[in-house]
Design a protein around this ligand. Structure first.
Ligand SMILES: C[S@@+](CC[C@H](N)C(=O)[O-])C[C@H]1O[C@@H](n2cnc3c(N)ncnc32)[C@H](O)[C@@H]1O
Length: 271
């Protein structure tokens, strides 16, 4: 199986997504969405942003490479009674079947950054977005000490074997020069690309930082892989300890729950 698909079908990302819902809703409020509007949520998971986008009245298509998350998204759309939201399987590197100039808004929160061919991804997002429309990406920033996920992935990668030759790190989507180059090759000048740092929170009442790491260990593909590799090397306890230390150090909740900030690069591209 395509390793990109296999990675995200592992575990059950919906359990991690459940800790991101409030920030997903907050992000949507900040986008100034005014229907009528056709929107694509790319790498949508089970709809952390696609659901609130549809609740605001947009006509939303969610596309994700993981079949289990597409199914979970469609279940959530039904639960919420949203007839203006459908989820489909697809690959951000090649959005075959999606016509040119379809969407007013293409949104991808920590989704398209994980597709292995970033230049193709930029090209495809530009192709399916209407002239006059916009693309909004949320991307983790490499080596950012204020980004929980960036730090979690950095720790995890120290326990996993080096990636295959030619692998482009998803984290490069958090670096201005790469972002500008990718959209430049897709035909958009640097003036059309604006960047701002923003923050998502992983939050859950009544859970501890250790519980949060347990969720990542059980349900988040990259962390599952890191623990499998650590197991093979007898380093599970070391990995567990480093991740729990990280979660404890970054937890801002003072009422016995978890609220961990994660800075990301918010990329807005005008077409
Ligand atoms: C960290 S999750 C984020 C999900 C969702 N956007 C959210 O904020 O809850 C990354 C998502 O990107 C999806 N993804 C990874 N590679 C992809 C690709 N090549 N094409 C489409 N989706 C992809 C994964 O299946 C997963 O749902």
């Amino acid at each position: 199986m395509n390793p990109n698909k296999a990675l995200w079908q592992k575990g059950d990302f919906t359990k991690v997504a459940a800790l991101m819902r409030r920030s997903g809703e907050g992000l949507l409020q900040s986008l100034g969405v005014t229907p009528p509007l056709r929107a694509l949520d790319l790498g949508c998971g089970d709809g952390t942003t696609a659901v609130p986008l549809a609740q605001l009245g947009a006509e939303v298509t969610g596309i994700d490479i993981a079949a289990n998350l597409v199914a979970a998204g469609n279940r959530r759309a039904t639960e919420f009674g949203l007839t203006n939201l459908t989820f489909h399987e697809g690959d951000a590197c090649n959005l075959q079947g999606v016509a040119d100039d379809t969407f007013d808004l293409t949104l991808t929160m920590f989704g398209a950054m994980f597709a292995p061919k970033p230049f193709e991804v930029a090209q495809e997002m530009v192709r399916v977005t209407k002239p006059g429309g916009r693309i909004v990406m949320g991307n983790w920033i490499p080596n950012d000490p204020t980004s929980f996920v960036s730090q979690l992935l950095k720790i995890s990668s120290a326990f996993t074997p080096p990636p295959p030759e030619g692998f482009i790190s998803p984290m490069t989507w958090g670096v201005e020069s790469h972002i500008v180059e990718r959209f430049g090759q897709a035909g958009l000048p640097a003036e059309n690309v604006s960047l701002a740092k923003d923050t998502f929170h992983f939050s859950g009442p009544g859970i501890s930082p250790t519980d949060l790491i347990a969720s990542f260990r059980l349900f988040y593909g990259p962390t599952i892989n890191a623990f499998a590799a650590a197991e093979a090397n007898g380093k599970v306890d070391e990995l567990q300890q480093q991740l729990v230390e990280l979660a404890n150090a970054q937890n801002q909740d003072t009422e016995g729950g978890v609220s961990i900030p994660a800075t990301f690069m918010r990329v807005t591209v005008r077409l």
